[in-house]
Design a binder for this molecule. Structure first.
Ligand code: B3K
Ligand code: ZN
Length: 881
């Protein structure tokens, strides 16, 4: 394995390449262990480039078997080739030439799943970020755009299906049971968007007619026999294509759009031009095997990859520092799509929960980095929640600041200006500045500064003068490599809520720019004075989570109780409830840590009961409102000296209090939400199932017996209900025979379906309690588990480390030991996956001293391992720094 060189890449070192590759013609002779690749690159010196510049191409574990320029075989003295690089010191002076090379690769031995590899006997590729250099030597950087022609030759028996990017060209049979297919992609693209698939796959086909009347052939390729399970993904694809036309005026541009589901895949999916590759988890779904969450994820990810066709492919990134240019923007687009397809407020609450759960701890810990980083050691470690989710929030803020219409004009301008180019964040912002006439230079800090800004607010009301004053102060905490921060432009949507629940109309405002219900902070302190406010209103701030900040507002609990019941803005009702519940849980955890039993105000349980029973609220909203923050959420809010056992107990105590107070209401709801109609994955039906399953958890807790959940498990007619009931039985009543029976039954039923068995692994990995370490280590020996398959590893080890706070953080350090063993075992095969896993320890400094010392030992054990990959080395060094 290529181990870490310690090299750091810096944004300020960006230079255009001396050479361009206009055309890339590839031929693949596929064979499991000895694949040959012929690349013919039409290379040009960049205008103004020096004639002296050597041509230096990237490689990674490559073996060069032949090389020629303009048909002349190169003499050994004319080049030097290592697995990592091909150097031609004196390329032809003419400035344009054809470099032809042959490389030999072994797809079956490729356990990193980057470049060309085999998954279940299917040849497939993953090239983002730097995988293309594992196929042939190339200028493997996103600002080198080339027009590709690809010819694939393979055995018909092994690979009847041969796919690549673009439109299909010639195909036919060859001697010796082989055949070929050619593909032409007319759109210049960077190498990271190259893809090839060859194998024996089933196909679900359909067509889509674009707004301008072009007919597009759609295909989803899956394992034979699973075609039907791709129906939902196909429907999501067609809805995405229509939505992008209607919302952004963006049409699809090729004659075909193919998706292939692969079972060994490092991430969720990949947007290769015209040939998206997907982790099969995000394609295959039916009621028997997928939960409602799976359906929603499939819809979002199908949309995300499709939307990349414009934001990412037609306009790509100049360099990897600009990753958020395609990722943040495309996440924003997929969020908007899901909001339009489902319930906007429910989607927004879920997004904010995800942002807080994943991005906030990243931004507040040792791995913090700006949305647009300025340095990296290993780019694969920057596909982060900050680049994706915070990157999306930044785009959302641009829309909040400019308004929907001007935002759309800015998007149009960006696309019109940069179509066919590799662009930067500056180009993106300039389009919005030009479309709006506004200066976004202070706003741009959202891209350049790491850290979650803190905003604190106090209010005073002068009844005699009818004035309300908000004293608002912002500060951005220091983050690694950035000790001093500049003041940001923070847009805070708000409402002043009167006693009838409606926003009051104030007369005038001083002290900050306030537009369309948004306060714009630009300075450290603002005293924002509203006049014409006779009575003290409840203050509803950061509505819709208009800015990704930590907000601390001194406001009486009564005001939050009021807002949770009456705010006209539903998101804010959830947010107010969340504030009350989180504050109670923080206090409860502290009490428990002090050795006492936590108790909770009965008003809180009453409020939650009232929300549960309020059938003017959609069930999905109520389900989210009734789901308590997770243990990791609570720990994050506590911030220091965390004892996960105390957090767990405090949370259980509140849950029990709510369950006992509202048992009657919850039992009734559980009954009335029962649904015997045929299954439908739509958002409304999913919302009802979600609420019913939350009720099941509360009722099971209140009853103290597994009976209700065990019955629910037996009677379940879909995976959502089955998995929810199994989790309740296994988590709450893990020692009972019911739990053992239910787990065994699930295993027997889905033994041959690894994707479904992943849920079984996850449920057990997340089961709290003293046995978690033993359970996980036993499951690592289960026949369906494999260290080589990223989905299995994430389901078992990843879930244990992120969703089992008491088990993973066991005070004796055994959770960490198991974890480090697993990380190091995965590392040998697949550094991208081991590095990602290792981020589970990033918040180690927030733990109480005993666990903190054990976690540090664990990190040091990884750090002391020789020949670590650049990926894992980078994460561990930063985590310990
Ligand atoms: N662009 C890919 C992610 C590639 C990750 C490379 N380590 C999927 C996506 O964001 O759409
Ligand atoms: Zn993406």
């Amino acid at each position: 394995m290529r181990s870490d060189t310690g090299q750091i890449f810096r944004l300020e070192d960006y230079r255009p390449s001396d050479y361009l590759i206009k055309y890339t013609d590839l031929v693949f002779w596929l064979s499991p262990n000895h694949t040959r690749v012929r690349a013919e690159l039409t290379i040009e010196r960049r205008e103004g480039g020096s004639k002296e510049s050597p041509l230096v191409l990237d490689g990674d574990e490559l073996v060069l078997t032949s090389i020629s320029i303009d048909g002349q075989t190169l003499d050994a003295s004319a080049y030097s080739a290592s697995p990592e690089q091909l150097i031609i010191p004196k390329p032809p002076a003419a400035g344009r030439f054809v470099l032809a090379m042959e490389t030999a690769i072994n797809p079956s031995a490729n356990s990193k799943l980057m470049g060309l590899y085999r998954s279940n006997g299917v040849y497939c590729t993953q090239c983002e970020a730097e995988g293309f250099r594992r196929i042939t030597y190339f200028l493997d950087r996103p600002d080198v755009l080339s027009i590709y022609k690809v010819r694939i030759e393979a055995s018909v028996g092994e690979a009847p299906v041969l796919l690549s990017n673009g439109n299909a060209g010639d195909s036919g049979t060859l001697p010796d049971g082989r055949h070929f297919a050619e593909w032409d992609d007319p759109f210049p693209k960077p190498s990271y968007l190259f893809a090839l698939v060859a194998g024996d796959l089933g196909r679900l086909g359909d067509t889509f007619t674009t707004a301008s009347g072009k007919k597009v052939d759609l295909g989803i390729y899956v394992e034979h026999g699973k075609e039907k399970r791709a129906t939902y993904a196909m429907d999501a694809l067609k809805r995405s294509m229509r939505w992008d036309e209607e919302t952004f005026g963006l049409e699809y541009d090729l004659d075909v759009f193919n998706i292939v589901a692969v079972s060994d895949f490092n991430m969720g999916a990949m947007e290769n031009k015209g040939l998206n590759l997907f982790n099969d988890k995000y394609v295959l779904a039916d009621e028997e095997t997928a939960t409602d969450a799976d359906f929603a994820n499939i819809e979002a990810i199908i949309a995300h990859e499709y939307f990349h066709n414009w934001t990412g492919n037609r306009i790509t990134c100049r360099d990897w520092f600009q990753l958020c240019l395609k990722e943040g923007l495309t996440v924003f687009r997929d969020h908007e799509f899901s909001a339009d397809q489902r319930s906007r407020v429910v989607r927004r609450i879920s997004e904010v929960r995800t942002l807080r759960a994943h991005q906030f701890p990243e931004d507040q810990g040792p791995l913090a980095h700006p949305v647009r980083p300025r340095r990296y050691r290993e780019i694969n470690n920057f596909y982060t929640a900050t680049v994706y989710e915070k990157g999306s929030e930044v785009v959302r803020m641009i829309r909040t600041i400019l308004g929907h219409d001007v935002f759309r004009a800015g998007m149009d301008l960006y696309i019109q200006r940069h179509d066919g180019e590799a662009a930067t964040v500056e180009d993106f912002l300039r389009a919005f500045e030009d479309a709006s006439g506004r200066d976004l230079s202070q706003f741009a800090l959202w891209y350049h500064q790491a850290g979650t800004p803190n905003v604190s607010v106090t209010s005073t009301h002068d009844a005699a003068r009818g004035e309300l004053t908000l004293e608002i102060e912002q500060s951005v905490p220091p983050t690694p490599l950035e000790s001093r921060k500049r003041l940001m432009h923070i847009p805070i949507a708000f409402g002043l809520v009167g006693t009838d629940g409606n926003d009051i109309a104030y007369k005038s405002v001083e002290g900050a720019t306030v537009e369309d219900g948004v306060i714009h902070l630009h300075k450290r302190r603002h005293a924002v004075r509203f006049s014409g406010v006779a009575e003290r209103p409840a203050i509803s701030l950061n509505r819709g989570f208009s800015a990704p900040i930590t907000l601390v507002m001194e406001q009486q609990p009564e005001a939050y109780y009021f807002l949770a019941r009456h705010d006209s803005d539903l998101f804010s009702r959830w947010q107010s409830l969340n504030t009350l519940v989180t504050n109670a849980l923080i206090a409860g955890s502290r009490t428990r840590r002090g050795g006492k039993i936590p108790t909770y105000a009965s008003e809180l349980a009453d409020l939650i009961g009232a929300i549960a029973a309020d059938d003017t609220l959609e069930p999905a909203f109520r389900a989210l409102a009734l789901t308590l923050p997770g243990e990791a959420d609570i720990a994050r809010e506590i911030g220091t000296n965390i004892d996960p056992d105390c957090v767990f107990e405090a949370r259980e105590a509140l849950l029990l209090e709510i369950a006992r107070t509202n048992r009657g209401t919850f039992a009734l709801l559980y009954e009335t939400l029962a649904d015997d109609r045929a299954f439908s994955p739509d958002a409304e039906s999913a919302g009802k199932r979600a609420l019913r399953n939350v009720m099941l958890d509360y009722l099971s807790a209140a009853s103290g017996t597994p009976d209700l959940a065990a019955t629910a498990f037996k009677n379940a007619t879909n995976m959502t209900d089955r998995a929810a009931a199994l989790a309740i039985v296994a988590h709450r009543f893990g020692d009972t025979q019911d739990a053992k029976d239910a787990l065994a039954e699930f295993e027997a039923r889905f033994r041959d379906d690894p994707l479904v068995l992943d849920k079984w692994l996850q449920i057990q990995a997340a089961a709290p309690g003293g046995n978690a370490v033993e359970t996980v280590s036993a499951l690592m020996q289960h026949p369906s588990f494999s260290l080589g398959n990223p989905n299995r590893v994430r389901s078992l080890i990843g879930t244990f480390a992120t969703a089992n706070q008491t088990g993973f953080h066991r005070a004796d350090g055994s959770g960490y030991r198991l974890f480090v063993d697993a990380v190091l075992a995965v590392e040998k095969r697949n550094p991208q996956v081991s590095a990602r896993l290792a981020t589970a320890l990033r918040s180690w400094r927030a733990l109480e001293p005993v666990r903190q010392a054990k976690a540090r030992e664990a990190l040091i054990r990884i750090a002391a391992t020789e020949n670590l990959s650049a990926d894992l080395r980078d994460i561990i060094d930063r985590t310990l720094a």
